[in-house]
Write a protein that binds this ligand. Structure first.
Ligand code: G6P
Length: 573
């Protein structure tokens, strides 16, 4: 397939919501919304001058494809140089918008013949860092440190950790193995220059992190994976045109999708339940950070749910819109049948079908427009993340204590302790079962459970978290989300604190018996991760959110999670 491939199809089956969405589209038409969008007309979103100024300064994503197409030869040339220099593996290190695109592309394309195997490091969990270190050929690995601001604590720590490792092998030639992607003028440019990084890709100051998929942040890793980035961009360009880049378009898919999501959220259907085939599951991670961080603020927002178990209509309330993103040629019958049943039962359903993985270029752009449009319906600035800082500030305070006292401050006594697990929450209960009953007893229709695992991601733990979500869905009919910390802090974390007060937060932590020191710093990766957990818990509580922290102690994380499941089965029986 070439660049003239038609757009991936989009079908909206909105049932009783159709008239309200059509009315919104008429309002947009009367307002000349599409023209205004492309002209960066910030009063489409908010009325205050400061907000408008901030909006205008983050709209570079609209035309970033045009800026990147001429850069394709330069990126491809760089990949050839890297391969000629003998590199055999790539590790991308970054958080949120700076690392999500390679995660999606790596899964969707699989290992391509001309590409390099690629890992993504976006967690401070010592087990995960060690796992990556043990799996890579260190001397022949290219480390891509990706940070727009150049100040995010995690990627800087990952960079320092692996730079120290490389220094042991190559002395002052360590920088040959490092590449930076960052904004012009960031303080990281100075560091990368001093450390003689192989290459520094300067991105665009007016492209925000979560809107950066089609900039250097997404495209350099994509090219290293062996993906045809020119076609990826051309598919995005076709979508740009359909969304009005060259003048109002007949049917604007981004506008229609965004209008539908915005209106549905206003009417209480604020849980965007994403359904995808197995080989697109990581697309959900990307969508979460885009939609949740852009819309989840001022007590409103759209909560994207990736991996919420797909069930029969009876378990769902009226807070859902189901979005299926799959491949035209892949039957994926189980999912599609369930979606059809949900639509027949009156739930709004949106279906997007791709021709192949290169269509992800178009999808990135479609969803960016839709997110901006939905934000206009909700009347919020899609390009800021005012509540992400709360967790960072609380974590920084804790890290200062660690620097002074060598450890995190003691926490108060747990509400209950049982079978090696400690339960911390403000509801009372003298056993695990009683605490869990009281915690989940607070749930109301329209609420969601969010499992926040500051643990090492493994297939076994994923399976346990899936089971936990299934249990809560079946017994309580709650929407369920799950994320690994600190990854979700740079993604759905904004919604948790800035969105509506509908979340129940179940945080899982551990002692990190096998910890890993961070060279040149007075703390370990494990302490860093636990400070992030404690900082976010503090921030959630400061916002009055309902929280339960379960500390799994020193035992195996999997066994601890299993123990929690046993207690939960009893509590929800
Ligand atoms: O690319 P960076 O500046 O390091 O930022 C990485 C991430 O950090 C923050 O938490 C933002 O909320 C995200 O939108 C961003 O993508």
């Amino acid at each position: 397939m070439n660049s003239s491939t038609p757009l991936p199809s989009q079908t909206l089956q909105l049932g009783t919501y159709q008239p309200a969405v059509e009315a919104q589209l008429v309002r947009f038409h009367d307002q000349n919304f599409t023209t205004g969008l492309w002209q960066k007309q910030a009063d489409l979103w908010v009325s205050d001058a400061e907000g408008q100024q901030s909006i205008r300064s983050f709209m570079g994503w609209l035309r970033v494809v045009d800026a990147m197409l001429p850069a394709v030869p330069e990126i491809e040339q760089f990949v050839q140089e890297v391969q000629a220099a003998g590199f055999r593996h790539v590790v991308v290190m970054g958080m949120g918008g700076s690392s999500m695109t390679p995660i999606v592309l790596r899964q969707a394309f699989g290992q391509l013949s001309g590409g390099l195997p690629l890992s993504v490091l976006d967690t401070t969990n010592p087990g995960s860092v060690r796992e990556i270190e043990q799996a890579i050929p260190l001397a022949e690995t290219l480390f891509v440190v990706a940070s727009k601001s150049g100040t995010t604590a995690e990627p800087l720590a990952f960079g320092d950790y692996f730079y120290a490792r490389l220094q042991k092998l190559k002395g002052d030639k360590a920088g040959e193995n490092f590449v930076a992607i960052t904004d012009p003028g960031s303080q990281f440019v100075t560091q990368a220059t001093a450390q003689k990084y192989r290459r520094i890709f300067l991105n665009f100051a007016d492209v925000g992190g979560r809107f950066s998929a089609l900039s250097y942040f997404g495209l350099v890793p994509a090219a290293l994976l062996g993906i045809d980035i020119k076609t990826l961009l051309e598919r995005a360009q076709t979508m740009m045109r359909a969304c009005g880049a060259e003048g109002p378009a007949e049917q604007n898919p981004g506008l229609e999708l965004g209008a539908a999501l915005g209106v549905l959220a206003q009417q209480g259907r604020d849980k965007l339940t994403l359904v995808v085939p197995e080989n697109l599951s990581d697309f959900g991670l990307w969508l979460e950070q885009l939609v949740a961080e852009s819309t989840g603020k001022q007590g409103t927002g759209i909560l994207p749910l990736a991996g919420d178990p797909l069930s029969t209509p009876a378990v769902y309330g009226s807070d859902r819109v189901f979005v299926y993103v799959g491949y035209e040629s892949q039957p994926d019958e189980q999912n599609r049948q369930k979606i059809a049943a949900l639509q027949a039962a009156g739930h709004p359903v949106i279906t997007i079908l791709l021709h192949d993985a290169l269509d992800l270029g178009a999808e990135f752009f479609r969803w960016e427009v839709a997110t901006a449009v939905a934000s206009a319906v909700l009347g919020i600035n899609p390009f800021d993340q005012p509540n992400v800082q709360a967790a960072k500030t609380a974590t920084n305070r804790l890290m200062e204590v660690v620097e002074q006292q060598g450890q995190l401050p003691q926490t108060s006594a747990p509400t209950a302790s049982e079978n090696g697990l400690d339960y911390y929450t403000s509801v009372s209960g003298n056993s695990a079962e009683a605490v869990l009953k009281a915690f989940f007893g607070q749930a109301k229709p329209g609420d969601y459970l969010c499992v926040q695992a500051y643990l090492m991601e493994t297939p076994a733990l994923n399976a346990e978290l899936d089971e936990l979500r299934q249990l809560v869905q079946q017994r309580l009919h709650l929407a369920t989300a799950a994320g690994y910390g600190p990854r979700f802090l740079h993604s759905t974390g904004q919604y948790h604190k800035g969105g509506p007060d509908t979340g129940l937060f179940l945080q899982l932590t551990t002692d990190h018996p096998a910890d890993l020191p961070l060279p040149g710093r007075p703390y370990t990766f494990g302490t860093f991760q636990n400070a992030q957990a404690a900082g976010d818990l503090q921030a959630l509580q400061d916002y009055g959110r309902r929280t339960l922290r379960v500390h799994l102690g020193t035992g195996s994380e999997q066994a601890g999670a299993e123990q929690l499941l046993v207690a939960l089965r009893q509590a929800l029986a």
